[in-house]
Design a protein. Structure first.
Length: 477
């Protein structure tokens, strides 16, 4: 009996020692966890903001000015100065902060097929700890279309519409061909094409190169179809019809629009005051919209919203239109006294203060394309007095407040520039170069020359290592 009591007392003592040990172990674990948690808290308190996610629309960055990239941090950010933002390659931009979000807004459209790196020096709003948020992205390339007509010495060959990427110019191929192509416009994955028969009678067709589908558009037996343009939205295009003198009751310089989203598939005439069809000599879409600017036969300009309805808005009489300042809805117009800009947002007109080119006896001025209110590019033809035309050359000269800078000059003897225009983002010039052996093709309306190619000239540095065959790049349509 006594032995049992002694054994029980010993067991109780062992159990108590085990419980005491467990309490000491638990306390140690709790202290250790507390120390770890405190250490982690200190680390987190000392750690600066980190990038958690981003937002951007790459296509919009190269097609519209004022676009943005949004950086989301994992904690609220303190206010930033402009010096905190670095972008490579350098471009104009501003930065603003709202809680844990930093918004970088670009002042202009970005360059094509270019890798940009954004670095933002930030501080946590609560901790004051600094860090750098860094993000890189690559802008998309742009497709370029051109029209390659057959050589006059090879009448059996077709005319072709070519497509390639700018970053790898010349790598594309034929998307459409026909015996005689007068003009075309690109509509996303579709084309609208004006073809001619052997008697120069025009036909207008919407084509899906990928599916091989062709939809003819009724032009009512018109003698001419011209001024083919497409809206940037990709589902609306227009053209001017003229029935000719043989059809006195037909359309006369009438502007029609064709809406690819309209199930009726019927072209609609653009109307003026009183609902009468508008007779125009030239016209263009306002960039990024379905609105148009049309020039009447009396040289009066009108701003028209054909899909929204309402009467045209007169913009005054002007000799001609020279396109839009890149990335804006500011229309450049030309008059005998000089060029002006019409702001379509409010209808105001401001004279352009473009620098006058330096007079030189061996060069003759031609087309001018404004880049902004104080900068332009002008075409010059050089020909020594009494020299044969085979010795002529062309050059494109940029003029601004700092003076003149030659961007491009034809290199082969007798070659010359037929036309040029800006890329949609204002980064390049598309320059149509006719070689010395080029001969006119005698097409009506949009005549061209054999041995013609397009050179892409980068305005920033004048480099021109990219080119495609043909002429009429879709940038200029």
């Amino acid at each position: 009996m006594s032995t049992d009591r002694a054994g029980g007392a010993a067991g109780d003592a062992r159990l108590e020692r085990q419980r005491a040990g467990f309490r000491r172990l638990s306390l140690g674990v709790i202290v250790a966890l507390a120390l770890v948690a405190g250490g982690l808290g200190a680390v987190n308190a000392a750690q600066g903001p980190r990038l958690s996610s981003t937002e951007l629309n790459p296509q919009a960055l190269v097609t519209r000015a004022g676009q943005r990239v949004v950086l989301h941090a994992d904690q609220p950010l303190a206010e930033l100065s402009a010096a905190a933002l670095t972008i490579s390659p350098a471009t104009d931009a501003t930065v603003s902060v709202d809680q844990g979000t930093a918004t970088i807004r670009f002042g202009r459209m970005l360059d094509y097929a270019t890798r940009y790196t954004i670095r933002l020096e930030v501080r946590g709003a609560a901790t004051g700890t600094g860090a750098a948020l860094e993000f890189s992205f690559t802008t998309p390339d742009v497709e370029v279309y051109s029209l390659l007509r057959h050589d006059p010495d090879a009448p059996g060959e077709p005319d072709r519409i070519l497509r390639s990427g700018l970053a790898d110019a010349g790598s594309g191929g034929t998307v459409f061909e026909a015996p005689r192509i007068q003009d075309y416009v690109a509509l996303r994955e579709l084309l609208a094409v004006i073809t001619l028969d052997e008697r120069d009678v025009p036909a207008l067709t919407v084509i899906s190169p990928a599916e091989g589908v062709r939809v003819p558009i009724d032009v009512g037996g018109a003698a001419t179809v011209r001024e083919l343009h497409a809206a940037g939205t990709g589902d609306l295009f227009g053209y001017i019809l003229d029935a000719g003198y043989g059809a006195p009751d037909g359309p006369r310089n009438t502007l029609f629009l064709y809406d690819l989203t309209d199930a009726t598939g019927v072209p609609a005439p653009v109307t003026g005051f009183g609902g009468a069809p508008l007779e125009v000599m030239s016209w263009t879409f306002v960039p990024g919209t379905t609105s148009i600017v049309a020039q009447g036969l009396d040289q009066q300009l009108y701003l028209i919203d054909p899909l929204g309805g309402g009467d045209p808005t007169p913009l005054g009489q002007h000799v001609g239109m020279q396109g839009f300042v890149p990335g804006t809805t500011q229309l450049v117009v030309v008059d005998p006294t000089g060029s002006s800009v019409i702001d379509l947002a409010d209808g105001s007109t401001t004279p352009l203060e473009l620098p006058e080119p330096k007079p030189q006896s061996d060069r003759y001025p031609g087309k001018r394309v404004p880049l902004d209110e104080r900068t332009d590019v002008q075409l010059f033809t050089r020909l020594e007095p009494g020299a044969p035309s085979e010795e002529r050359s062309s050059s494109l000269v940029l003029s601004d407040a700092d003076g003149e800078r030659e961007l491009f000059r034809t290199s082969s003897p007798g070659s010359w520039v037929r036309d040029f225009c800006l890329s949609p983002n204002g980064e390049y010039l598309a320059v149509e170069v006719v070689s010395g052996e080029g001969r006119p093709d005698n097409y009506p309306i949009e005549y061209g020359f054999s041995a013609t190619s397009i050179r892409f000239v980068r305005i920033a540095d004048g480099s021109s290592d990219r080119g495609v065959r043909g002429f009429l790049p879709d940038w200029c349509r």
